[in-house]
Design a protein around this ligand. Structure first.
Ligand SMILES: Nc1nc2c(ncn2[C@@H]2O[C@H](COP(=O)(O)OP(=O)(O)OP(=O)(O)O)[C@@H](O)[C@H]2O)c(=O)[nH]1
Ligand SMILES: [Mg+2]
Length: 614
């Protein structure tokens, strides 16, 4: 007797192959790894309606037969019968997501062009119908030249029909000459086929298609994205203001109450000037962080985020990166650590290294407190007309500076250290959806909690250590406490280095603890100036912003902002870079180039600002 026939499930990622596999094979599965790669191999037994037992394999999702990732390589080799130890499949079950038909038909055509006996499972028809899209399987059958069976894997719908189709699968018998189509022609054909297969389409579905025409338009799309981001930064300032004032007043009240309730002494000072001033000065930024994340989460939940990534993909190509880098870079706006970890999905090692090296240039949320306190103190809240505030414009400018810096660095790296060709990229567009309030609330709460926990741990610890270093040894009468302290002496040493870029001693002092986390710069300044104010009651009540205004010039403040756009002030980022690149070489390189950039940027900013008489 001949060997058991082998059936392979193949298609784009998320088409529902594994769901179909589970439904077809039930519990008769074996899960192992393909030899030599960490790609999961799932196979199982299925009995066809004819009584014939067959072996079914669930292949990893792929976008095409030209492999760009280890997963895709396994898929294309197995299909071609070139994977050592794997029998070539006798029948291909090509799984398509009906609600994403056009996308999925591109790979389907490539598979059919192989000329193997094939059937198409038009899966997820339930989702398509929910979106108001009814498809005609017969039209697709005609176009593709193989049997097309509508299925809903998770509801076990269409499984019997699929079994019959597999049993009687033959090589394709009709349809256009798919073999000689190039990638672009396949896209065009996919578009035409998907449209031809539409039996009926709801208003909503048509609306979504229109929306894509506008939002993904090569000219309008980027403009809309840019305008949207601009609104976000305006909102971060305007909407947060009343909440921040409330938190600020709360911290002030706590400070005064503790001060009044406790006997004078070092413990009281540590609590009030150290802990409450320091941690409080960071916690007031909670509203801004929450608003920023609300927009990011809404972008993700509505399906706009992937479209933004798609728009940026074209721009990324100019600096030698692909769209695969975009999601890691985008998440670096929240924090570089998850961003750098997300680069694992980038298959090209040089692409990946470049992305890791520029991720810290994306403005993470820890910079927001630093930017906000300096902007709040030095940039007037001028209305530029049409409700646009100058403060929001400056904040937006800082984000743009980070992005432009990252792009320039990427371009330089890609033409020197990480030289190589840009790899192509295809991404699936999720459906448009109204963000669900409950999911948003949970997401926001998680982000807020992470922020508060940092304030309670890292920032708390660093603030206390700094307070101790600022208070010992105690000043002699007539001497300023900061001058006398260990911290002051350390900062004096650093101040020599940063003096040419306009920084004073207090700024140098803030840079040291801010290596632990950027926002510590704010709490350090708050603690330093609170210690500096001593027991002078009038001085105690002064807000950090007002204190800065009294002591820093505008060029100094701008230089400090420019420093924070580039400086690698985050130990955790360095640590995660070491882990992801397996050694100290690249984190050292990253530290050196970022500090170099920060120094130059701050210096140039300072001297230009002084030069134009600010
Ligand atoms: N509503 C609905 N959901 C489905 C259907 N088929 C699969 N899903 C869901 O779609 C998601 C993706 O399905 P998978 O089976 O993991 O997709 P896959 O093709 O194996 O994906 P990769 O292994 O990443 O290539 C899962 O959450 C499934 O539960 C379907 O017919 N209808
Ligand atoms: Mg799967």
């Amino acid at each position: 007797m001949s060997r058991q026939r082998k059936i392979a499930l193949v298609g784009n990622p998320n088409a529902g192959k594994s769901a179909l596999f589970n439904a077809l094979t039930g519990a008769r599965q074996k899960i192992a790894n393909y030899p030599g790669v960490t790609v999961e191999r799932k196979s199982g037994r299925m009995v066809l309606p004819t009584g014939e037992p067959v072996e079914m394999t669930d292949l990893p999702g792929a976008y095409g037969l030209d492999a760009t990732s280890p997963d895709e390589e396994v898929t294309s080799k197995v299909i071609a019968g070139k994977f050592a130890g794997e029998a070539e499949p006798d029948v291909l079950v090509i799984v398509l997501d009906a609600s994403n038909l056009e996308q999925h038909l591109v790979f389907a055509q490539e598979l059919l062009a192989l000329g193997k006996p094939s059937v198409v499972a038009l899966n997820m028809v339930d989702l398509a119908e929910r979106d108001g899209l009814v498809l005609d399987a017969a039209v697709l059958e005609e176009e593709l030249g193989v049997k097309v069976v509508p299925t809903v894997a998770v509801r076990r719908r269409g499984l019997a029909e699929l079994g019959e189709a597999i049993a009687s699968a033959e090589s394709r018998h009709a349809g256009p000459g798919l073999t000689d189509l190039g990638p672009t022609e396949r896209r065009v054909a996919a578009h035409a086929m998907a449209n031809a297969a539409i039996l009926s389409e709801s208003k909503q579905h048509r609306l979504h298609a229109r929306l894509d025409q506008v939002l993904l338009n090569p000219w309008l799309g980027p403009l809309i994205l840019f305008a949207f981001l601009f609104v976000v930064f305006q909102a971060v300032f305007a909407w947060a203001a009343p909440l921040m004032d409330g938190l600020d007043a709360g911290a002030g009240w706590l400070h005064d109450t503790v001060k009044a309730a406790m006997p004078a002494g070092l413990v009281r000072d540590l609590l009030t000037d150290g802990v409450i001033s320091g941690v409080g000065s960071v916690v007031v930024f909670l509203p801004q962080i929450v608003i920023l994340f609300a927009f990011i989460l809404a972008m993700e939940a509505s399906g706009y985020m992937a479209r933004a990534a798609f728009l940026m993909d074209r721009l990324m190509a100019y600096v030698g990166l692909s769209g695969r880098s975009f999601i890691p870079l985008l998440s670096s706006f929240a924090c570089a650590i998850p961003g750098i970890m997300a680069t694992r999905s980038i298959t090209d090692p040089k692409d990946r290294l470049t992305t890791i090296l520029i991720a810290p240039l994306m403005t993470c949320s820890a910079r927001l407190p630093v930017y906000a306190v300096i902007i709040g103190a030095f940039i007037p809240n001028t209305n530029l007309g049409w409700g646009i505030g100058l403060q929001g414009v400056v904040l937006f400018g800082l984000y743009v500076a980070g992005i432009v810096g990252a792009m320039i660095v990427a371009l330089l790296l890609r033409s020197s250290i990480t030289k190589g060709a840009a790899s192509g990229f295809i991404m699936e567009m999720p459906k448009y959806q109204m963000p669900r309030l409950k999911d948003m609330a949970i997401g926001l709460w998680q982000r807020a909690w992470i922020f508060l926990r940092r304030a309670g741990t890292i920032i708390f610890t660093v603030t206390v250590v700094l307070w101790v270093l600022l208070n010992f040894p105690q000043a002699r009468p007539g001497e300023s406490q900061v001058d006398a302290s260990i911290a002051g002496k350390l900062a004096n040493g650093l101040a020599v280095v940063v003096e040419p870029i306009g920084f004073n001693r207090d700024m140098a002092l803030a840079l040291i603890p801010a290596m632990a986390a950027r926002e510590v710069a704010v709490s350090s300044l708050a603690t330093t100036y609170a210690v500096d104010a001593g027991d002078d009651e009038d001085q105690q009540a002064v807000e950090l912003g007002d204190r800065l205004k009294g002591r820093w010039s505008l060029p100094m403040a701008l230089a400090f902002l420019a420093w924070f756009v580039f400086a690698p002030q985050c130990m955790s980022t360095i640590a995660v870079t070491r882990r992801e690149t397996n050694g100290w070489k690249w984190p050292s390189f990253m530290l050196a180039y970022l500090f170099g950039l920060a120094y130059v940027a701050a210096g140039v900013t300072y001297w230009i600002a002084v030069g134009v008489g600010l």
